[in-house]
Design a protein around this ligand. Structure first.
Ligand code: NG6
Ligand code: CA
Length: 504
Protein backbone atom coordinates (compact mmCIF):
# COMPACT_ATOMS: atom_id res chain seq x y z
CA UNK A 1 0.00 0.00 0.00
CA UNK A 2 1.35 3.39 -0.97
CA UNK A 3 0.70 5.05 2.35
CA UNK A 4 2.34 8.21 1.15
CA UNK A 5 0.20 8.59 -1.92
CA UNK A 6 -2.10 11.24 -0.66
CA UNK A 7 -0.60 14.50 0.38
CA UNK A 8 -1.66 15.22 3.90
CA UNK A 9 -3.49 18.47 4.01
CA UNK A 10 -3.61 21.04 6.74
CA UNK A 11 -6.50 20.92 9.16
CA UNK A 12 -7.94 24.17 7.86
CA UNK A 13 -8.11 22.98 4.25
CA UNK A 14 -9.69 19.72 5.35
CA UNK A 15 -12.30 21.58 7.34
CA UNK A 16 -13.09 23.82 4.39
CA UNK A 17 -13.44 20.91 2.02
CA UNK A 18 -15.60 19.02 4.49
CA UNK A 19 -17.92 21.96 5.04
CA UNK A 20 -18.26 22.72 1.34
CA UNK A 21 -18.87 19.02 0.65
CA UNK A 22 -21.62 18.84 3.20
CA UNK A 23 -23.23 21.98 1.85
CA UNK A 24 -23.29 20.81 -1.75
CA UNK A 25 -24.40 17.35 -0.62
CA UNK A 26 -27.27 18.85 1.36
CA UNK A 27 -28.37 21.41 -1.19
CA UNK A 28 -28.60 19.85 -4.56
CA UNK A 29 -27.32 16.36 -4.84
CA UNK A 30 -29.65 14.16 -2.87
CA UNK A 31 -30.25 11.95 -5.89
CA UNK A 32 -26.98 11.45 -7.68
CA UNK A 33 -26.69 8.85 -10.38
CA UNK A 34 -24.95 5.83 -8.93
CA UNK A 35 -22.58 3.55 -10.77
CA UNK A 36 -21.23 0.60 -8.92
CA UNK A 37 -18.32 -0.95 -10.79
CA UNK A 38 -17.50 -4.39 -9.45
CA UNK A 39 -14.34 -6.03 -10.75
CA UNK A 40 -13.86 -9.77 -10.48
CA UNK A 41 -10.99 -11.35 -8.51
CA UNK A 42 -9.06 -8.07 -8.34
CA UNK A 43 -6.80 -7.98 -5.29
CA UNK A 44 -6.09 -5.35 -2.67
CA UNK A 45 -2.67 -4.71 -4.23
CA UNK A 46 -3.62 -4.89 -7.90
CA UNK A 47 -4.25 -1.20 -8.67
CA UNK A 48 -1.44 1.28 -8.97
CA UNK A 49 -3.16 3.58 -6.46
CA UNK A 50 -2.88 0.72 -3.95
CA UNK A 51 0.77 0.12 -4.80
CA UNK A 52 0.34 -2.32 -7.72
CA UNK A 53 2.82 -2.57 -10.59
CA UNK A 54 0.33 -2.27 -13.46
CA UNK A 55 -0.60 1.33 -14.15
CA UNK A 56 -4.35 1.93 -13.73
CA UNK A 57 -4.73 5.68 -14.31
CA UNK A 58 -8.48 5.68 -14.94
CA UNK A 59 -9.28 3.88 -11.71
CA UNK A 60 -6.65 5.86 -9.82
CA UNK A 61 -8.38 9.04 -11.00
CA UNK A 62 -11.50 7.97 -9.11
CA UNK A 63 -9.39 7.90 -5.98
CA UNK A 64 -7.94 11.31 -6.79
CA UNK A 65 -11.51 12.64 -6.81
CA UNK A 66 -12.67 10.82 -3.74
CA UNK A 67 -12.07 8.35 -0.98
CA UNK A 68 -9.70 5.40 -1.08
CA UNK A 69 -10.64 2.85 1.57
CA UNK A 70 -8.01 0.69 3.21
CA UNK A 71 -10.43 -1.30 5.37
CA UNK A 72 -13.20 -2.10 2.86
CA UNK A 73 -14.46 -5.67 2.55
CA UNK A 74 -16.52 -7.97 0.44
CA UNK A 75 -18.67 -10.36 2.44
CA UNK A 76 -17.17 -13.53 1.03
CA UNK A 77 -14.04 -14.75 -0.72
CA UNK A 78 -15.89 -16.06 -3.79
CA UNK A 79 -18.27 -14.51 -6.22
CA UNK A 80 -21.77 -15.84 -5.61
CA UNK A 81 -21.99 -15.31 -1.84
CA UNK A 82 -20.21 -11.98 -2.15
CA UNK A 83 -22.71 -10.72 -4.75
CA UNK A 84 -25.67 -12.22 -2.90
CA UNK A 85 -24.81 -10.07 0.12
CA UNK A 86 -24.42 -7.00 -2.00
CA UNK A 87 -27.79 -7.29 -3.69
CA UNK A 88 -29.76 -8.41 -0.61
CA UNK A 89 -27.90 -6.85 2.33
CA UNK A 90 -27.95 -10.27 3.98
CA UNK A 91 -24.91 -12.37 4.84
CA UNK A 92 -24.92 -15.27 2.38
CA UNK A 93 -24.05 -17.84 5.05
CA UNK A 94 -27.55 -17.32 6.40
CA UNK A 95 -28.99 -18.85 3.26
CA UNK A 96 -28.43 -22.34 1.86
CA UNK A 97 -27.44 -22.64 -1.77
CA UNK A 98 -25.36 -19.48 -2.03
CA UNK A 99 -22.03 -21.18 -2.81
CA UNK A 100 -20.37 -20.70 -6.23
CA UNK A 101 -23.33 -21.20 -8.59
CA UNK A 102 -23.30 -23.45 -11.62
CA UNK A 103 -24.11 -21.88 -14.95
CA UNK A 104 -27.54 -23.50 -14.97
CA UNK A 105 -28.46 -22.72 -11.35
CA UNK A 106 -31.90 -21.29 -10.69
CA UNK A 107 -32.21 -17.77 -9.32
CA UNK A 108 -30.95 -17.86 -5.74
CA UNK A 109 -32.65 -14.65 -4.62
CA UNK A 110 -36.37 -14.81 -3.93
CA UNK A 111 -38.07 -12.21 -6.16
CA UNK A 112 -40.29 -11.33 -3.18
CA UNK A 113 -37.29 -10.09 -1.31
CA UNK A 114 -36.39 -6.38 -1.36
CA UNK A 115 -33.15 -5.88 -3.24
CA UNK A 116 -30.88 -2.88 -3.53
CA UNK A 117 -32.39 -2.32 -6.99
CA UNK A 118 -35.92 -2.23 -5.50
CA UNK A 119 -34.77 0.53 -3.17
CA UNK A 120 -33.46 2.63 -6.05
CA UNK A 121 -36.66 1.92 -7.95
CA UNK A 122 -38.76 3.26 -5.12
CA UNK A 123 -36.60 6.36 -5.14
CA UNK A 124 -37.40 6.95 -8.82
CA UNK A 125 -34.22 5.55 -10.32
CA UNK A 126 -33.86 3.59 -13.55
CA UNK A 127 -31.73 0.54 -12.83
CA UNK A 128 -29.51 -1.65 -14.93
CA UNK A 129 -27.19 -4.55 -14.34
CA UNK A 130 -24.56 -5.05 -17.00
CA UNK A 131 -21.87 -7.72 -16.74
CA UNK A 132 -21.29 -10.80 -14.66
CA UNK A 133 -24.37 -11.97 -12.75
CA UNK A 134 -23.61 -15.36 -11.13
CA UNK A 135 -26.70 -15.40 -8.91
CA UNK A 136 -28.61 -18.03 -10.90
CA UNK A 137 -31.50 -17.53 -13.30
CA UNK A 138 -34.88 -19.05 -13.87
CA UNK A 139 -37.27 -21.18 -11.79
CA UNK A 140 -36.39 -24.06 -9.51
CA UNK A 141 -35.77 -26.44 -12.40
CA UNK A 142 -33.29 -23.95 -13.90
CA UNK A 143 -33.42 -21.62 -16.88
CA UNK A 144 -34.78 -22.42 -20.32
CA UNK A 145 -32.18 -20.77 -22.53
CA UNK A 146 -34.37 -20.91 -25.62
CA UNK A 147 -37.38 -19.06 -24.23
CA UNK A 148 -37.79 -16.42 -21.55
CA UNK A 149 -34.94 -16.72 -19.10
CA UNK A 150 -36.75 -15.67 -15.95
CA UNK A 151 -37.03 -14.89 -13.12
CA UNK A 152 -33.77 -12.95 -13.12
CA UNK A 153 -32.58 -9.38 -12.68
CA UNK A 154 -35.79 -7.86 -14.11
CA UNK A 155 -37.77 -9.62 -11.38
CA UNK A 156 -35.39 -8.23 -8.76
CA UNK A 157 -35.89 -4.55 -9.52
CA UNK A 158 -33.63 -3.95 -12.52
CA UNK A 159 -35.19 -2.27 -15.55
CA UNK A 160 -32.53 -3.46 -17.96
CA UNK A 161 -30.06 -6.31 -17.86
CA UNK A 162 -27.28 -7.49 -20.12
CA UNK A 163 -25.47 -10.25 -18.35
CA UNK A 164 -23.00 -13.07 -18.43
CA UNK A 165 -25.21 -15.64 -16.67
CA UNK A 166 -22.47 -17.08 -14.42
CA UNK A 167 -18.77 -16.74 -15.26
CA UNK A 168 -16.64 -16.75 -18.38
CA UNK A 169 -15.47 -20.26 -17.61
CA UNK A 170 -18.98 -21.67 -17.19
CA UNK A 171 -21.41 -22.56 -19.94
CA UNK A 172 -23.53 -21.27 -21.55
CA UNK A 173 -21.08 -18.79 -23.10
CA UNK A 174 -23.75 -16.34 -24.17
CA UNK A 175 -25.07 -12.99 -23.03
CA UNK A 176 -28.61 -12.72 -21.75
CA UNK A 177 -30.32 -9.41 -22.52
CA UNK A 178 -33.40 -8.89 -20.39
CA UNK A 179 -35.30 -12.17 -20.74
CA UNK A 180 -33.60 -13.55 -23.82
CA UNK A 181 -30.27 -14.98 -24.89
CA UNK A 182 -28.85 -12.25 -27.13
CA UNK A 183 -28.45 -13.10 -30.85
CA UNK A 184 -29.88 -16.59 -30.49
CA UNK A 185 -30.98 -18.30 -33.66
CA UNK A 186 -34.02 -20.32 -32.63
CA UNK A 187 -33.14 -22.92 -35.27
CA UNK A 188 -29.98 -23.68 -33.29
CA UNK A 189 -31.28 -24.08 -29.73
CA UNK A 190 -29.01 -24.24 -26.70
CA UNK A 191 -28.66 -27.35 -24.56
CA UNK A 192 -26.77 -27.10 -21.26
CA UNK A 193 -25.79 -29.91 -18.93
CA UNK A 194 -23.72 -29.89 -15.77
CA UNK A 195 -24.08 -33.63 -15.21
CA UNK A 196 -23.55 -35.55 -18.41
CA UNK A 197 -21.54 -34.84 -21.55
CA UNK A 198 -23.76 -34.12 -24.55
CA UNK A 199 -23.45 -36.95 -27.09
CA UNK A 200 -21.30 -36.16 -30.14
CA UNK A 201 -20.16 -32.78 -28.78
CA UNK A 202 -16.39 -32.28 -28.47
CA UNK A 203 -14.98 -32.18 -24.96
CA UNK A 204 -11.67 -31.07 -23.52
CA UNK A 205 -10.75 -34.62 -22.73
CA UNK A 206 -11.68 -36.14 -26.08
CA UNK A 207 -10.61 -33.36 -28.41
CA UNK A 208 -7.32 -31.86 -27.24
CA UNK A 209 -6.63 -30.79 -30.85
CA UNK A 210 -9.33 -28.08 -30.46
CA UNK A 211 -7.81 -26.51 -27.35
CA UNK A 212 -6.03 -23.14 -27.54
CA UNK A 213 -5.79 -22.46 -23.79
CA UNK A 214 -4.65 -25.35 -21.60
CA UNK A 215 -6.41 -26.02 -18.35
CA UNK A 216 -4.35 -26.52 -15.19
CA UNK A 217 -7.26 -27.98 -13.24
CA UNK A 218 -10.94 -28.44 -14.06
CA UNK A 219 -12.21 -26.57 -17.13
CA UNK A 220 -12.23 -29.85 -18.98
CA UNK A 221 -15.78 -30.20 -20.21
CA UNK A 222 -17.25 -28.24 -23.16
CA UNK A 223 -14.88 -26.50 -25.56
CA UNK A 224 -16.06 -23.05 -26.59
CA UNK A 225 -13.80 -20.82 -28.72
CA UNK A 226 -10.92 -23.23 -28.12
CA UNK A 227 -11.23 -22.89 -24.32
CA UNK A 228 -12.27 -25.68 -21.99
CA UNK A 229 -15.19 -24.71 -19.75
CA UNK A 230 -17.11 -25.93 -16.74
CA UNK A 231 -20.29 -27.67 -17.92
CA UNK A 232 -21.38 -28.98 -21.30
CA UNK A 233 -23.22 -27.07 -23.96
CA UNK A 234 -24.44 -27.49 -27.49
CA UNK A 235 -25.99 -25.10 -30.00
CA UNK A 236 -26.41 -21.33 -29.84
CA UNK A 237 -23.50 -20.76 -32.26
CA UNK A 238 -24.69 -17.29 -33.31
CA UNK A 239 -25.06 -16.26 -29.66
CA UNK A 240 -21.63 -17.32 -28.38
CA UNK A 241 -19.59 -14.46 -27.05
CA UNK A 242 -16.13 -13.70 -28.38
CA UNK A 243 -13.95 -13.88 -25.27
CA UNK A 244 -11.53 -11.15 -26.31
CA UNK A 245 -14.40 -8.71 -26.93
CA UNK A 246 -16.35 -9.24 -23.71
CA UNK A 247 -14.94 -6.10 -22.07
CA UNK A 248 -15.68 -3.93 -25.10
CA UNK A 249 -19.22 -5.27 -25.45
CA UNK A 250 -19.97 -4.62 -21.78
CA UNK A 251 -18.45 -1.13 -21.90
CA UNK A 252 -20.53 -0.26 -24.98
CA UNK A 253 -23.72 -1.53 -23.33
CA UNK A 254 -22.96 0.53 -20.25
CA UNK A 255 -22.31 3.68 -22.28
CA UNK A 256 -25.55 3.14 -24.22
CA UNK A 257 -27.48 2.81 -20.95
CA UNK A 258 -25.96 6.05 -19.65
CA UNK A 259 -26.86 7.88 -22.84
CA UNK A 260 -30.43 6.61 -22.88
CA UNK A 261 -31.00 7.43 -19.24
CA UNK A 262 -28.98 10.60 -18.84
CA UNK A 263 -31.95 12.68 -17.78
CA UNK A 264 -33.31 10.41 -15.05
CA UNK A 265 -31.43 9.39 -11.98
CA UNK A 266 -29.98 5.96 -12.68
CA UNK A 267 -28.33 3.13 -10.83
CA UNK A 268 -25.94 1.04 -12.88
CA UNK A 269 -24.51 -2.11 -11.38
CA UNK A 270 -21.63 -2.71 -13.76
CA UNK A 271 -19.89 -6.01 -13.07
CA UNK A 272 -16.85 -6.50 -15.28
CA UNK A 273 -15.65 -9.96 -16.09
CA UNK A 274 -12.05 -8.85 -15.75
CA UNK A 275 -9.88 -10.12 -14.24
CA UNK A 276 -11.52 -13.54 -13.78
CA UNK A 277 -10.35 -16.57 -15.76
CA UNK A 278 -10.18 -17.33 -18.61
CA UNK A 279 -8.11 -14.17 -19.05
CA UNK A 280 -8.45 -13.34 -22.70
CA UNK A 281 -7.84 -9.60 -23.06
CA UNK A 282 -8.22 -7.98 -26.45
CA UNK A 283 -5.08 -8.02 -28.59
CA UNK A 284 -4.61 -4.28 -27.97
CA UNK A 285 -3.72 -5.07 -24.34
CA UNK A 286 -1.73 -8.25 -24.96
CA UNK A 287 1.84 -8.03 -23.74
CA UNK A 288 1.36 -4.43 -22.58
CA UNK A 289 1.57 -4.93 -18.83
CA UNK A 290 4.71 -7.07 -18.80
CA UNK A 291 2.94 -9.32 -16.28
CA UNK A 292 1.29 -11.69 -18.70
CA UNK A 293 -2.42 -11.88 -19.41
CA UNK A 294 -3.43 -11.32 -15.81
CA UNK A 295 -1.72 -7.93 -15.89
CA UNK A 296 -3.06 -7.26 -19.39
CA UNK A 297 -6.57 -7.95 -18.09
CA UNK A 298 -5.95 -5.32 -15.39
CA UNK A 299 -5.11 -2.85 -18.18
CA UNK A 300 -8.32 -3.81 -19.93
CA UNK A 301 -10.26 -3.32 -16.71
CA UNK A 302 -8.77 0.14 -16.35
CA UNK A 303 -9.65 0.93 -19.98
CA UNK A 304 -13.23 -0.16 -19.26
CA UNK A 305 -13.48 2.25 -16.34
CA UNK A 306 -12.06 4.97 -18.61
CA UNK A 307 -14.84 4.29 -21.14
CA UNK A 308 -17.46 4.85 -18.45
CA UNK A 309 -15.92 8.05 -17.09
CA UNK A 310 -15.41 9.41 -20.62
CA UNK A 311 -19.06 8.79 -21.39
CA UNK A 312 -20.06 10.59 -18.20
CA UNK A 313 -17.84 13.55 -19.10
CA UNK A 314 -19.23 13.62 -22.61
CA UNK A 315 -22.81 13.61 -21.31
CA UNK A 316 -22.03 16.26 -18.70
CA UNK A 317 -22.93 13.84 -15.91
CA UNK A 318 -19.64 13.59 -14.01
CA UNK A 319 -20.66 15.97 -11.21
CA UNK A 320 -24.02 14.27 -10.76
CA UNK A 321 -22.66 10.77 -10.55
CA UNK A 322 -21.32 8.86 -7.60
CA UNK A 323 -19.01 6.04 -8.64
CA UNK A 324 -18.07 3.14 -6.43
CA UNK A 325 -15.29 0.85 -7.55
CA UNK A 326 -14.55 -2.45 -5.84
CA UNK A 327 -13.92 -6.17 -6.36
CA UNK A 328 -16.02 -9.20 -5.44
CA UNK A 329 -13.19 -11.09 -3.74
CA UNK A 330 -9.43 -11.23 -3.50
CA UNK A 331 -6.90 -12.16 -6.16
CA UNK A 332 -5.92 -15.53 -7.55
CA UNK A 333 -3.09 -16.42 -9.88
CA UNK A 334 -3.65 -19.94 -11.21
CA UNK A 335 -7.42 -20.40 -11.15
CA UNK A 336 -7.49 -23.36 -13.49
CA UNK A 337 -5.86 -22.26 -16.76
CA UNK A 338 -2.22 -22.28 -17.83
CA UNK A 339 -1.85 -18.53 -18.43
CA UNK A 340 1.53 -17.69 -16.86
CA UNK A 341 -0.03 -15.59 -14.11
CA UNK A 342 2.46 -17.09 -11.67
CA UNK A 343 5.51 -17.13 -13.92
CA UNK A 344 5.17 -13.51 -15.06
CA UNK A 345 4.19 -11.98 -11.74
CA UNK A 346 7.60 -10.46 -11.01
CA UNK A 347 7.50 -8.41 -7.80
CA UNK A 348 3.85 -7.42 -8.16
CA UNK A 349 1.86 -8.35 -5.04
CA UNK A 350 -1.79 -8.92 -5.99
CA UNK A 351 -2.95 -8.89 -2.37
CA UNK A 352 -0.45 -6.22 -1.27
CA UNK A 353 0.75 -6.91 2.25
CA UNK A 354 -2.21 -9.13 3.03
CA UNK A 355 -2.04 -12.87 3.58
CA UNK A 356 -4.19 -15.21 1.54
CA UNK A 357 -6.04 -14.88 -1.75
CA UNK A 358 -9.43 -15.59 -3.26
CA UNK A 359 -11.03 -18.49 -1.34
CA UNK A 360 -9.17 -17.54 1.85
CA UNK A 361 -10.52 -16.43 5.20
CA UNK A 362 -7.34 -14.41 5.65
CA UNK A 363 -7.61 -10.75 4.69
CA UNK A 364 -6.39 -11.35 1.13
CA UNK A 365 -9.66 -13.15 0.42
CA UNK A 366 -12.04 -10.35 1.29
CA UNK A 367 -10.25 -7.05 1.98
CA UNK A 368 -10.58 -5.49 -1.43
CA UNK A 369 -9.91 -2.23 -3.24
CA UNK A 370 -12.75 0.19 -2.54
CA UNK A 371 -12.94 3.68 -3.97
CA UNK A 372 -15.85 6.10 -3.86
CA UNK A 373 -15.88 9.23 -5.95
CA UNK A 374 -18.56 11.89 -6.22
CA UNK A 375 -16.94 14.98 -7.68
CA UNK A 376 -17.89 18.08 -5.74
CA UNK A 377 -18.91 16.08 -2.69
CA UNK A 378 -16.14 13.63 -1.80
CA UNK A 379 -13.00 15.49 -0.79
CA UNK A 380 -10.22 14.72 -3.28
CA UNK A 381 -7.41 12.35 -2.37
CA UNK A 382 -8.85 11.26 0.92
CA UNK A 383 -7.82 8.00 2.53
CA UNK A 384 -10.12 6.27 5.00
CA UNK A 385 -9.52 3.31 7.25
CA UNK A 386 -13.14 3.16 8.39
CA UNK A 387 -14.36 -0.44 8.67
CA UNK A 388 -16.94 -0.80 5.88
CA UNK A 389 -18.39 -3.65 3.89
CA UNK A 390 -19.98 -3.89 0.49
CA UNK A 391 -22.94 -5.30 2.38
CA UNK A 392 -23.44 -1.78 3.75
CA UNK A 393 -24.16 -0.23 0.35
CA UNK A 394 -27.78 -1.31 0.69
CA UNK A 395 -28.66 0.62 3.86
CA UNK A 396 -26.26 3.45 3.15
CA UNK A 397 -27.52 4.24 -0.33
CA UNK A 398 -31.12 3.73 0.80
CA UNK A 399 -30.50 6.52 3.28
CA UNK A 400 -28.78 8.67 0.66
CA UNK A 401 -31.87 8.48 -1.57
CA UNK A 402 -34.26 8.91 1.38
CA UNK A 403 -35.70 5.42 1.44
CA UNK A 404 -36.78 3.74 4.66
CA UNK A 405 -36.10 0.05 5.05
CA UNK A 406 -38.78 -2.15 6.55
CA UNK A 407 -38.37 -5.06 8.95
CA UNK A 408 -36.57 -7.92 7.20
CA UNK A 409 -34.92 -5.79 4.52
CA UNK A 410 -31.15 -6.02 4.34
CA UNK A 411 -30.77 -7.48 7.84
CA UNK A 412 -26.97 -7.32 7.92
CA UNK A 413 -26.45 -3.99 6.18
CA UNK A 414 -25.53 -0.91 8.20
CA UNK A 415 -25.97 2.69 7.24
CA UNK A 416 -22.42 4.03 7.03
CA UNK A 417 -23.12 6.67 4.40
CA UNK A 418 -21.06 9.28 6.21
CA UNK A 419 -18.04 7.01 6.10
CA UNK A 420 -18.69 6.20 2.44
CA UNK A 421 -18.77 9.90 1.60
CA UNK A 422 -15.69 10.62 3.67
CA UNK A 423 -17.62 12.71 6.18
CA UNK A 424 -16.83 10.37 9.05
CA UNK A 425 -13.80 8.26 9.85
CA UNK A 426 -15.96 5.74 11.65
CA UNK A 427 -17.64 2.85 9.88
CA UNK A 428 -19.26 -0.15 11.48
CA UNK A 429 -18.26 -1.67 14.79
CA UNK A 430 -17.83 -5.21 13.58
CA UNK A 431 -18.05 -7.14 10.32
CA UNK A 432 -18.39 -10.83 9.51
CA UNK A 433 -16.68 -12.39 6.51
CA UNK A 434 -16.99 -15.81 4.96
CA UNK A 435 -14.64 -18.26 3.29
CA UNK A 436 -15.62 -21.74 4.41
CA UNK A 437 -15.08 -20.63 7.99
CA UNK A 438 -16.43 -17.33 9.31
CA UNK A 439 -14.28 -14.51 10.64
CA UNK A 440 -15.21 -11.39 12.53
CA UNK A 441 -13.34 -8.11 12.63
CA UNK A 442 -13.84 -5.78 15.54
CA UNK A 443 -11.54 -2.85 16.23
CA UNK A 444 -7.96 -4.00 15.83
CA UNK A 445 -8.85 -7.67 16.21
CA UNK A 446 -9.82 -10.42 13.85
CA UNK A 447 -11.11 -13.74 15.08
CA UNK A 448 -11.39 -16.73 12.75
CA UNK A 449 -13.56 -19.53 14.05
CA UNK A 450 -12.14 -23.01 14.03
CA UNK A 451 -13.04 -25.11 11.03
CA UNK A 452 -13.76 -28.81 10.79
CA UNK A 453 -10.82 -29.32 8.46
CA UNK A 454 -7.64 -27.31 8.31
CA UNK A 455 -7.40 -26.95 4.53
CA UNK A 456 -8.65 -28.36 1.27
CA UNK A 457 -6.51 -29.96 -1.40
CA UNK A 458 -6.39 -26.79 -3.47
CA UNK A 459 -2.77 -25.92 -2.85
CA UNK A 460 -4.04 -22.53 -1.79
CA UNK A 461 -3.87 -20.98 1.59
CA UNK A 462 -7.46 -20.96 2.74
CA UNK A 463 -6.65 -19.77 6.24
CA UNK A 464 -8.68 -22.47 7.93
CA UNK A 465 -7.48 -24.15 11.07
CA UNK A 466 -9.05 -26.60 13.47
CA UNK A 467 -7.96 -24.18 16.21
CA UNK A 468 -9.41 -20.70 16.74
CA UNK A 469 -7.26 -17.91 15.31
CA UNK A 470 -6.87 -14.38 16.57
CA UNK A 471 -4.87 -11.67 14.84
CA UNK A 472 -4.17 -8.07 15.72
CA UNK A 473 -4.65 -6.41 12.35
CA UNK A 474 -3.25 -3.12 13.54
CA UNK A 475 0.16 -4.59 14.36
CA UNK A 476 0.04 -7.59 12.06
CA UNK A 477 -1.91 -6.90 8.87
CA UNK A 478 -0.24 -9.96 7.33
CA UNK A 479 -1.88 -12.26 9.95
CA UNK A 480 1.40 -13.96 10.75
CA UNK A 481 0.99 -14.49 14.49
CA UNK A 482 -1.97 -16.27 15.99
CA UNK A 483 -2.52 -14.65 19.39
CA UNK A 484 -5.45 -16.84 20.44
CA UNK A 485 -3.66 -18.73 23.20
CA UNK A 486 -2.37 -15.54 24.86
CA UNK A 487 -5.75 -13.81 24.72
CA UNK A 488 -8.45 -16.27 25.76
CA UNK A 489 -10.79 -13.52 26.90
CA UNK A 490 -10.74 -11.78 23.48
CA UNK A 491 -11.23 -15.13 21.76
CA UNK A 492 -14.19 -15.81 23.99
CA UNK A 493 -15.79 -12.44 23.55
CA UNK A 494 -15.39 -12.36 19.75
CA UNK A 495 -16.52 -15.99 19.54
CA UNK A 496 -19.64 -15.12 21.54
CA UNK A 497 -20.27 -12.05 19.42
CA UNK A 498 -20.00 -14.11 16.25
CA UNK A 499 -22.36 -16.72 17.71
CA UNK A 500 -24.88 -14.06 18.61
CA UNK A 501 -24.76 -12.62 15.07
CA UNK A 502 -25.24 -16.10 13.65
CA UNK A 503 -28.54 -16.55 15.48
CA UNK A 504 -29.77 -12.95 15.16
C1 NG6 B 1 -13.84 -22.58 -9.33
C2 NG6 B 1 -13.15 -22.60 -10.68
C3 NG6 B 1 -12.52 -21.23 -10.90
C4 NG6 B 1 -13.56 -20.14 -10.76
C5 NG6 B 1 -14.27 -20.26 -9.43
C6 NG6 B 1 -15.38 -19.28 -9.26
C7 NG6 B 1 -12.16 -24.73 -11.40
C8 NG6 B 1 -10.98 -25.63 -11.32
N1 NG6 B 1 -12.10 -23.61 -10.70
O1 NG6 B 1 -14.47 -23.78 -9.11
O2 NG6 B 1 -11.92 -21.19 -12.14
O3 NG6 B 1 -14.51 -20.23 -11.79
O4 NG6 B 1 -14.82 -21.55 -9.28
O5 NG6 B 1 -14.90 -17.99 -9.24
O6 NG6 B 1 -13.12 -25.04 -12.07
S1 NG6 B 1 -15.83 -16.82 -8.75
O7 NG6 B 1 -15.00 -15.64 -8.75
O8 NG6 B 1 -16.90 -16.72 -9.72
O9 NG6 B 1 -16.30 -17.17 -7.44
CA1 CA C 1 -14.82 -13.43 -8.20
Amino acid sequence: MKQSFFIKRTASILLLVTISSMVSFGQSNTKPNIIFILADDLGYGDLSVYGGKVQTPNIDRLAHNGILFTNGHSSAATCTPSRYSLVTGEYAWRKQGTGIARGNASLIIDPERTTIADIFHKAGYTNAVIGKWHLGLGPEEGPDWNRDVKPGPLELGFDYSFIIPATGDRVPCVFVENHRVANLDTKDPITVSYDEPIPDEPTYENNPELIKVQSSHGHNQAIVNGIGRIGYMKGGQSALWDDKNIAAVLAAKASAFLETNMSTPFFLYFATHDIHVPRTPHTKFLGKSGLGVRGDAILQLDWTVGQITKTLDHLGLAQKTLIIFSSDNGPVLDDGYVDEAVEKLGDHQPAGALRGNKYSVFEGGTRVPLIISWPGVTAPRTESDALVGQIDFFSSFASLVDQQLVEGDAPDSENVIEAFLGQSKTGRTELVKQAGALAIIKGDWKFIESARTANSNRQKELGRSTEPQLYNLKNDIGETTNLATENPEIVESLGNLLDSIKVS
